[in-house]
Ligand binder design. Structure first.
Ligand code: GLU
Length: 323
């Protein structure tokens, strides 16, 4: 069940209220991620555009910080949130019930895709003094593997499974949030941190500027196999020079951030949200450097494995972006 308040603003009881149209006020909540990540900016940006039209649409939007992808999908399923941002692998697994987080009752076949957003490379950052030049060097190290509810923790589990490792291959597998992990790296509480996130972002900037640190490539036959076998993964490169301490390109793999909702959310509501974003697309793109290369048609056709929500589909058809 989706819970959001419907309030009739124009009181039907108001004496003398003549032909004023009833304006329905509706509240939507968008699940994001940690405040130092990019999901938070995605949610805040969408809400900013939606709220410009509140007077005509009646829709009021908020986008609080959350634990990330898995937490967002679960909150949409329970009706605590209306929409949310989730990694493309999490979208796939939630819809198909195909990963440990979404097995059995946790499967969410009412999940609906709205659009995909920026690419998110699986990013590993290590302290220089920990001498970590490849993913394999993480064995025996202190690693922050991602907070509960985050996409990075779920994707880290997949990588460990592919390599035949487990969390006990690390001397410490901490689960700090994104906002805490950069400081933990600087304070020498961990040797490396993991973040599946768009670039450039403030969190990795902080991690690489508070202590000498380097990005770590994530590649090899197991990663090739993951990318070959799963359409929601792709090879990714973090450009050299983007962060202090890493002048050459870093090869890894990654997902796309996607924007999702539930089939229970009304068509006109999703239509208005999508319209607010794409009618003001240049403004949206300007709100974060990770959005720089976004193209509407690719956002509609790539990275989504759940069916499109009918409200989104309606707008894309009007634009001629889909048949
Ligand atoms: N990809 C991360 C997650 O799914 C969030 C990244 C961000 O907040 O930008 O939890």
């Amino acid at each position: 069940m989706i819970r959001y308040a419907s309030v009739l603003l124009t009181s039907a009881f108001a004496l003398g209220a003549t032909a004023a149209a009833a304006q329905e006020e509706r509240f939507i909540t968008i699940g994001t991620g940690g405040q130092t990540g990019v999901y938070y900016v995605v949610g805040q940006s969408i809400c900013r555009l939606v709220n410009r039209d509140t007077e005509t649409t009646g829709i009021k939007c908020t986008a609080p910080s959350t634990g990330g992808s898995v937490a967002n999908v679960n909150a949409i399923k329970s009706g605590d949130m209306t929409m949310g941002v989730a990694q493309s692998d999490i979208q796939y697994h939630a819809y198909n019930g195909s990963s440990p987080e979404f097995e059995g009752d946790m499967k969410f076949d009412n999940l609906r895709a709205v659009f995909s957003v920026h690419p998110e490379p699986f990013t590993v950052v290590a302290r220089k003094d920990a001498n970590i030049a490849s993913f394999d060097d993480l064995k025996g190290k202190r690693v922050n593997v991602g907070n509960p509810g985050s996409g990075q923790l779920a994707t880290m589990e997949v990588v460990l499974g592919a390599k035949g490792w487990s969390m006990s291959d690390f001397s410490l597998a901490s689960q700090l949030k994104p906002a805490e992990q950069s400081a933990a790296l600087g304070d020498n509480k961990v040797d490396a941190i993991i973040y599946t996130v768009g670039h450039p972002n403030g969190s990795i900037q902080e991690a690489t500027s508070t202590v000498e640190a380097n990005l770590v490539p994530v590649e090899g036959p197991e990663i090739d196999k993951l990318v070959e076998e799963n359409a929601y993964y792709a090879k990714a490169t973090i450009p050299g020079g983007m962060y202090a301490g890493t002048d050459t390109d870093t090869n890894t793999f990654g997902v796309k951030a996607t924007f999702v909702t539930s089939a229970d959310v009304p068509e006109d509501l999703v239509y208005e949200v999508v319209k607010a974003v794409f009618d003001n697309f240049d403004r949206f793109k300007g709100l974060h450097p990770a959005f720089e290369n976004l193209e509407p048609e690719a956002m509609v056709t790539e990275g989504n494995s759940a069916p499109l929500h009918p409200g989104a589909e309606k707008y894309y058809k009007e634009k001629g972006w889909i048949q």
